[in-house]
Design a protein around this ligand. Sequence first.
Ligand code: SIN
Length: 494
Amino acid sequence: MKMNRRSFLAAAGAAAVALGAGALGAQASEKTSAAADSADAVAKGGDYDVVVLGMGGAGMCSALSAKENGAEKVAILEKLAVVGGNTNFSSSGMNAAGTKYQQAAGGDAATDTVDLFISDTMTGGKNWNNKDLVTYMCTNSAAGIDWLDEHGITLSDVTTMGGASVPRCHRPADKSAVGAYIVPLLQEQVEQAGIDVFMETPATELVVDDKGAVTGVKATNSDGEEVTFNAGAVIVATGGFGANFDMIGMYRPDLVDYVTTNANGSQGEGMVMASKAGANLIQMDQIQTHPTVYQENGALIGEAVRGAGAVLINSAGDRFTNEMGTRDVVSAAELKQPDGKVWLLLDQALYDNTPVVAKYEARGMTVKGDDLASLCGQLGVPADEAQATLDTYNAAVADGGASDPFGRTTGLGALETAPFYAIPVGPGIHHCMGGIYIDGDNQALTIEKKKIDGLFAAGEVTGGIHGANRLGGNAVCDIVVMGINAGKKAAASL
Ligand code: SIN
């Protein structure tokens, strides 16, 4: 596909996420003017084998897989001028079990099994998960890592996330944020595969025939005209509704005052469209809060920072939970702290080993002290107590967590190298576990569990895989593994 102005803007947007907000202006304007003479692809509708709604990670994996599995004419409709959706903000990595990279890492990572991954995912989700979908995702996770590799996307560094018994979260070799790494590379693959991309083209309605089959989609093109795409199959990959506070208020009124980590595009329209076409929406009130969110702007502080050893302290200088617990548990523990103040605490060694922290610092989210006492002085936290907290934690790190007062045995890393850093954090809306009811073919189901011909879905727009609580690192596994499956099954259905 020819690179046009809009796709350049999209690449610039993803690159800016990778570089930090400060780089956005220069990067975007340079690329925009370089591409200024290229034609824009304005959607006119027409006949396609597969039309994918949404150009986040799930949409791009679905479209590539559909094309590679025999669909000749594939289009992606993206409502925004920037590709990547929420995947842009995914900071930690992709869970997968039994991979070549876990073998290379050795230690506990090399002992991982698909069964353990399934068990961790079910436990994390409080067994509300659809076990068949979980089994499919976990069983095919290592193949997902290989599929990415075959597309020039290598997640070779392995780290630990909350709720995982062993290290299984795969990220780029330089330990940088996964989303900013994979989005531009997937976009490049989409362009090379000859998939038609129409930016600023929101889908408005699924077309349903008199037998209840989905036969296409109506959309508004970038010139504001209504257009219709006829399609053998439509894959909805439009993400969740974590930025739509009307929907949050409808399903979880207790969360309406929370900040959100979600991109503005997470408005839930894909779920609404699918529901109007007959799909059942399940577990819609299961909305995850992530415990390390910068409250002033909703910026996510990735779980991999805790996976590298960071701890949470309150204003008394005390830890109060196993920081590697699942997100629901850690978020709930934060809310119980007396004055609601919580900081993520880390040292220079962790900073040096976890590149994303420098980006948080560049965005003004960190407080730095030349030593622990100076940091505590700035936070208004008693330094003696904070030192005692770190002494106890560092001793537990040395014995593999055996003496940790909160039972933390994973993601251990001594915090003893000045300067020290703190990031004020609290819970924020992060992931919608509920969504379109699908079967093992990623095909949408009615309330009577009947397949809807022509309608598939992948990624956060679907419900059931993550149950009552998604594990960190499982969203990228979902978009890759289930995205590949959706594309394959959509192509096979033609
Ligand atoms: C994080 O890095 O904490 C977010 C990634 C995820 O939600 O899986």
